[in-house]
Design a protein around this ligand. Structure first.
Ligand code: NAP
Length: 311
């Protein structure tokens, strides 16, 4: 049997990948969407999304993703569970290794996203969406008038802490060291803000209360003195960075120092026919709507590329 060659494969099923699937589907390109390690992407882990235009009452992240997926399927997108471990972009068509299988494709859209870093505590995992969050823009609003903790010592943590002061009665920023990676200006802004209080040399040992299915406090330990205590808070926001999911392209596509794919003109990688969209190439905005926007752009570029190459 002749080996199948797809017109376009989309890596990732978050909002950028699904938007690319809707557009390439409507262009009759029968996209194959590889769902990746976190099907549905970061939205599938959030609760109410109130800033995606078109949903005046808000919509739950998993429902928004499910709707996009149905929309893509309606236009002929095919979905397969799988994660690309290797990509040969030197030969055309491109070859992707997915488990034991290889898939050939004329064009590729990389929408594999970025995964928030977590502390790795079982109690943290159990309370994601119930007071544990990695997105202040998405979830801060739910904690109006409450005491909140932010973890991290970089610009993301400062930004989250400053943003959360709009809602919280008090923000405690918890950092594992004495010195900070954050830029001076961001650190200064956070330090001088009346609502933000700093705890340094401090780590979270447990998030309370898994049995109650809500965050009621954090068990903390000071790494210098060894002191342990419980800080009562209603939410814990992680600001300890993101990891772009681009390891399959190490050495093949250009990345910045933190592994985000470099793009020019929004979605073009250094290889013609290979486009990157959403959080894997965006460390700045990281919003559902911007990821969908670049997903749309990548799809339009694929259409153009295939047409110019005789498809
Ligand atoms: P980052 O600079 O890598 O900082 C991550 C912070 O999280 C560090 O303080 C690190 O602690 C801490 N951390 C990492 N793993 C941890 C763990 N397991 N437990 C406890 N703490 C942990 O990441 P980022 O803040 O996301 O920033 C990434 C890049 O984006 C930076 O270049 C930043 O300037 C940029 N950025 C800019 C802005 C802005 O300008 N508005 C906003 C956000 C991000 P250690 O210091 O001890 O390693």
């Amino acid at each position: 049997m002749a080996e199948e060659i797809r017109d376009v494969v989309i890596m990732g099923s978050g909002c950028s990948g699904l938007t690319a699937a809707i557009y390439t589907g409507r262009a009759n390109l029968k996209p194959l969407v590889l769902e990746g390690h976190e099907p549905g992407g970061q939205l599938s882990m959030t609760t109410l999304v109130e800033n995606f235009p078109g949903w005046p009452e808000g919509i739950h992240g998993p429902e928004l993703i499910e709707n996009m997926r149905k929309q893509a399927e309606r236009f002929g997108a095919e979905f397969r569970i799988g994660h690309v471990s290797k990509a040969d972009l030197a030969q055309r068509p491109f070859t992707l290794t997915v488990g034991q299988e290889t898939i050939k494709t004329r064009a590729l859209i990389i929408a594999s996203g970025a995964s928030a870093r977590w502390l790795g505590l079982p109690s943290e995992k159990a309370l994601i969406g119930h007071g544990v969050s990695s997105c202040a823009t998405c979830d801060g609003f739910f904690f109006s008038g409450k005491e909140i903790a932010v973890i991290g010592g970089g610009d993301s943590a400062m930004e989250e802490a400053l943003f959360l002061t709009r809602f919280a009665s008090r923000v405690t920023l918890i950092h594992r060291r004495e010195s900070f990676r954050a830029s001076k200006i961001m650190l200064e802004r956070a330090r001088t803000h009346g609502k933000i209080h700093f705890l340094t040399n401090t780590v979270v040992e447990e998030v309370l209360d898994v049995a109650a299915k809500e965050v009621t406090g954090l068990k903390l330990r000071n790494l210098v003195t060894g002191r342990q205590w419980t800080l009562p808070v209603s939410a814990m926001f992680l600001g300890i960075g993101h990891e772009p999911n681009a390891t399959a392209f190490a050495g093949t596509l250009e990345t910045d120092d933190d592994g985000y794919l470099k793009v020019r003109d929004w979605v073009h990688t250094g290889v013609a026919g290979v486009y990157a969209c959403g959080d894997v190439a965006d460390r700045r905005y990281r919003q559902a709507i911007t990821a969908s926007g670049t997903g749309c752009m990548a799809a339009i570029e694929v259409e153009k590329f295939l047409e110019e190459n005789g498809r």
